[in-house]
Design a protein around this ligand. Structure first.
Ligand SMILES: [Zn+2]
Ligand SMILES: [Zn+2]
Ligand SMILES: [Zn+2]
Length: 506
């Protein structure tokens, strides 16, 4: 990696990717080393390697025992049977399906790819979404969190905070500076850290994060209301004229606060199959204007966390970015336009991250988690004192979301009619695999020219799979196996990247 364009050697093999090439394993403890060695020389290594390859080198596969039959729905004939006892290791392994790259690199890549396709389908059509959807007005918006105190930042190569903000002394009451003349590079550990942690409003920060999903909900309502006003229809009749669809992801900033990135699209009237053309007058420019005007007015009065805590009026930060997306029929604002692939890739990447993936451990994050613990203790004490159950306190579960720094929303969500669902994408993949297996069994070529028809979810599927399965555990037998699987997944990925690069170079 990172050594430039790989090239074939004289023998036609490729450096680093041949059968003999080693795996890049992380620094190993003696125990891990012993486990890995034991696996490599074990008699069932081939069975293990086959199993690992079948689950795409998932780091923590789920083990199932049982059996299933594939039945032809027209004739009732049993086409095939499968039992976990026939699997190479005598038990069926299936992917863990984890979204997070830090948990399972392999499954998170599948998740990212699926997310990419479903986000892209909502922009350009495809995968069962009509192409005409690309004519509908579409913008990419980033909604930010407000400031809870001065933090260090890169500022595009300019000095961090050269001036003391208006109304603040040059030195805070804790003896900390309110200016920073340094120019931070992107790897600087200070990035996102407060200039003074004692000045930073940790409680306000956490209350905002806790209610961020509510702010988003209010934002969508405000946008619909404003649209109704602009189009001159009563709000209750808006769905007869225009509907708002979106796909959004939450991304952690270095300061431990999330931002929302969203694709927001205007469709025509609500219909059963969705994606109707937007009415005349509903343009990307109007949508962008409506969003820009709506955001500052979105507020929520957050209830106190415990006795003596104030009510806080929450809103989004002043930083707001709204841009039209370029699709084949639109050229609203060429300078600020984004390409669909860019945006879909961007959103898909963030969908696989979490609090701990995007930010390194540091005193600021520790303080955030300590504040959550402190608040939770206080809430518990209040509950014990006056006997109100924890579930009645809107912050009763805050402690449970400590690892997410208090964000309890979903990382990637979309409205019902934005595009297809992850479930449908997975269904298409399963059908594809079944079609391939069927073609192999009958010894014929799979005609991929009408693949879209073949993969369309059809209630009258020709085959039905009936199975009885029970959970037998999760994860590989040893930590060593998990490390081997991860290393193999990384190698497979490097190979895919190398192949893609080699292809391009031709
Ligand atoms: Zn996995
Ligand atoms: Zn600084
Ligand atoms: Zn201070």
């Amino acid at each position: 990696m990172g050594t430039g364009q790989p090239s074939p050697t004289a023998r036609g093999t490729f450096p680093g990717f041949s059968e003999e090439a080693g795996l890049d394993l992380p620094a190993l403890t003696p125990r891990l080393e012993q486990q890995i060695t034991a696996r490599l020389i074990s008699r069932d290594f081939d069975a293990w390697a086959t199993t690992a390859a079948r689950v795409g080198h998932c780091a923590k596969p789920i083990r199932l025992r049982g059996h299933s039959q594939t039945i032809d729905t027209r004739t009732g004939e049993v086409l095939s049977t499968f039992s976990s006892a026939d699997a190479p290791l005598g038990v069926l392994h299936v992917r863990c399906g984890n979204r997070r790259a830090s948990e399972c690199p392999s499954c998170s890549r599948v998740y990212a790819a699926d997310t990419f396709h479903l986000i892209r389908a909502g922009v350009t059509g495809g995968k069962g979404v009509p192409e005409r959807v690309s004519d509908n007005p579409l913008v990419f918006a980033t909604l930010t969190a407000p400031s809870f105190g001065l933090v260090h930042g890169t500022r595009n190569g300019r000095p961090c905070r050269p001036y003391t903000p208006k109304g603040l002394p040059a030195v805070c009451e804790h003896g900390g500076a309110t200016v920073c003349h340094a120019t931070h590079n992107e790897h600087d550990e200070l990035l996102g850290q407060p200039l003074c942690r004692d000045c930073y409003d940790y409680r306000g920060h956490l209350v905002w994060q806790w209610w961020a999903p509510e702010l988003w909900r209010r934002f969508t309502i405000t946008v619909r209301r404003a649209l109704a006003r602009h189009l001159g229809v009563p709000e209750s009749r808006l769905p007869d004229v225009v509907t708002v669809q979106y796909a959004k992801v939450a991304e952690y900033q270095l300061r431990g606060l999330i931002h929302f990135h969203a694709l927001i699209r205007l469709d025509g009237p609500k219909t059963d199959d969705g994606f109707a053309p937007a009415p005349a007058g509903a343009t990307a420019a109007l949508l962008a204007q409506v969003i820009e005007q709506a955001v500052p007015g979105v507020t929520f009065d957050a209830p106190p966390m415990h006795d003596g805590d104030p009510i806080r009026r929450l809103g989004f930060g002043a930083q707001l970015d709204v841009r039209p997306i370029k699709t084949k029929n639109r050229t609203d604002d060429p300078d600020r336009e984004l390409v669909p692939e860019q945006v879909a890739g961007y959103l898909a990447k963030y969908a696989t991250k979490s609090a701990t993936d995007s930010t390194k451990e540091n005193p600021h994050l520790r303080r955030l988690r300590a504040t959550i613990a402190e608040i939770s203790d206080r809430i518990d004490a209040d509950a014990r004192e006056d006997g109100t159950p924890l579930r009645d306190n809107p912050y009763g579960l805050l402690g449970k979301w400590r690892h997410m720094l208090g964000f309890r929303g979903h990382f990637s969500t979309k409205s019902r009619r934005y595009s297809l669902t992850l479930g449908r994408i997975r269904g298409r993949r399963a059908r594809f695999q079944r079609l391939v297996a069927e073609a192999n069994r009958q010894g014929r070529t799979l005609d991929v020219r009408d693949l879209d028809d073949l993969l369309a979810d059809d209630a009258q599927e020709a085959t039905l799979v009936i199975g009885h399965w029970s959970y037998a555990g999760s994860g590989w037998e040893t930590e060593g196996d998990a490390e081997l699987a991860k290393a193999a997944a990384a190698r497979a990925r490097e190979y895919a990247q190398w192949r893609a690069a080699a292809f391009k170079a031709k």
